[in-house]
Design a protein around this ligand. Structure first.
Ligand code: SF4
Length: 415
């Protein structure tokens, strides 16, 4: 049963225990709303002089979020900033910050898919979550850690989301609700509503007035209209469940076979999203067609390499056409410039594709700038990433195995 006073008192205890700033993940979904709402209530009942450490409410925008959700999250971030600075932290408004994090230009969905040719993500090659979500949020947390020495990331994660989630929460402090982050040094995770059930979260949201004056019944109606599945969480750990199986994930998500949430939103009045859905379905279809991909290997079955240049141009044309029709920004001008540049350079032959012969012909001290790390794994599966290598270094360190060089494609600029 929901022990509301115990949760609030634990939140106060954790907040007062040290000087580590809090980074509260806010996705606009019910769980992060409930967690943030409880933090507001818990802190509001402390004397102002005890509210002396920073709070950062951080929302991650993949730049391909479902537009119905983006609008609502943006509205709420403004309301949260207002309530945090002018009510909760009226004595020291600078301690309360609201931020939105987005992927770097070279990591965005369109730059990777159209510019570099990454095939639409699926369960086996889900290259997106790390670039679109984990990296931007981790960078924010690390910046906070660098500045303050440590940080506590407060999440709306719940055990009931999945059994693997429950298992990873066991054996930690406060019944698993507080634990060190596995890889971000200096960061801990605190999940104050970890033990609540789905029904308890809804009951709480519908009974307790929202402290930043948003209407939680609107949130419920968004869920009812999208009907049926889990939500897209604020992701900061690779173990967190993918948002691919959820509503409120990226509108382009092809990790799921069908985007039932978008289908339901359309059915419930958002007819304008039909074009988005049909584009997503098309991306999902061409992912399965070998003719759309660069043959992956000499020996292996030729499928599921990067998308062909012609395919990527078709994707871009269709995306731009839809953007014009709908009058909604689907790809930013900066992404578009970057994508055009990559496509042009590839078409002009400045970008060399694949691999072995090209690597071996580079016999002088010219350098390679590797601009895509598409399956670029060194021996031992270390990620090489964008880097500069001379041919001699490549051979000497054997950082690119001959198997790798034969079996995949990398984009190189010769310098
Ligand atoms: S919602 Fe889908 S496309 Fe977006 S990051 Fe998650 S898995 Fe990738």
């Amino acid at each position: 049963m929901l022990d509301y006073p115990a949760i609030l008192s634990e939140i106060q205890e954790v907040y007062l225990a040290d000087s580590a700033p809090w980074v509260i993940g806010f996705s606009g979904g019910k769980d992060s709303t409930a967690a943030l709402q409880m933090v507001f209530y818990a802190l509001a009942s402390l004397p102002p002089e005890k509210l002396s450490k920073e709070i950062h409410v951080v929302s991650s925008d993949t730049l391909v979020e479902n537009p119905a959700v983006v609008k609502r999250v943006d509205e709420q971030l403004g309301e949260i900033a207002d309530a945090g600075k002018h009510q909760l932290f009226a004595h020291k408004p600078d301690l309360f910050n609201v931020a939105k994090v987005t992927p770097k230009l070279e990591d965005t969905f369109w730059v990777n898919l159209i510019g570099k040719g990454y095939p639409s993500p699926n369960r086996w090659f889900r290259w997106c979550t790390d670039r679109l979500k984990i990296k931007p949020t981790s960078e924010y947390v690390l910046k906070t850690v660098n500045h303050s020495g440590e940080a506590i990331v407060v999440l709306g994660t719940r055990r009931a989301e999945s059994s693997s989630r429950a298992a990873t929460m066991d054996n930690h402090a406060k019944g698993g609700r507080l634990h060190r982050h596995a890889t971000l040094l200096g960061a801990s995770i605190y999940a104050p509503i970890a033990d609540l059930s789905n029904d308890e979260v809804w009951a709480y949201l519908l009974q307790a007035p929202n402290p930043w004056r948003s209407d939680n019944r609107r949130l419920l109606s968004l869920y009812v209209n999208a009907s049926g599945m889990g939500e897209c969480p604020f992701v900061i750990e690779t173990g967190t469940q993918s948002c691919g199986r959820s509503r409120f994930g990226c509108w382009v998500c092809t990790v799921v076979d069908r985007d039932k949430s978008m289908e339901n939103l359309i059915h419930n009045g958002e007819e304008w999203m039909e074009q988005l859905l049909s584009f997503r379905n098309w991306l999902h279809e061409i992912r399965q067609e070998t003719a759309q991909h660069v043959p992956k290997g000499v020996d292996s079955s030729p499928k599921f390499g990067p998308f062909l240049l012609a395919t990527r141009r078709r994707i871009l044309d269709r995306l731009l056409g839809m953007q014009e029709d709908l009058d909604v920004e689907l790809i930013s001008p900066a992404e578009l410039d970057f994508v055009y540049d990559l496509l042009q350079r590839e078409a002009a032959g400045e970008v060399k594709q694949g691999p072995r012969e090209f690597l071996l012909k580079l016999g002088d001290e010219r350098r390679l700038k590797v601009i895509s790390d598409f399956e670029l794994l060194a021996a031992g599966r270390r990620r090489l990433g964008p880097t500069h290598l001379t041919h001699a270094e490549l051979l000497r360190t054997r950082r690119v195995s001959s198997d790798y060089a034969r079996s995949t494609r990398v984009l190189y600029y010769v310098q």
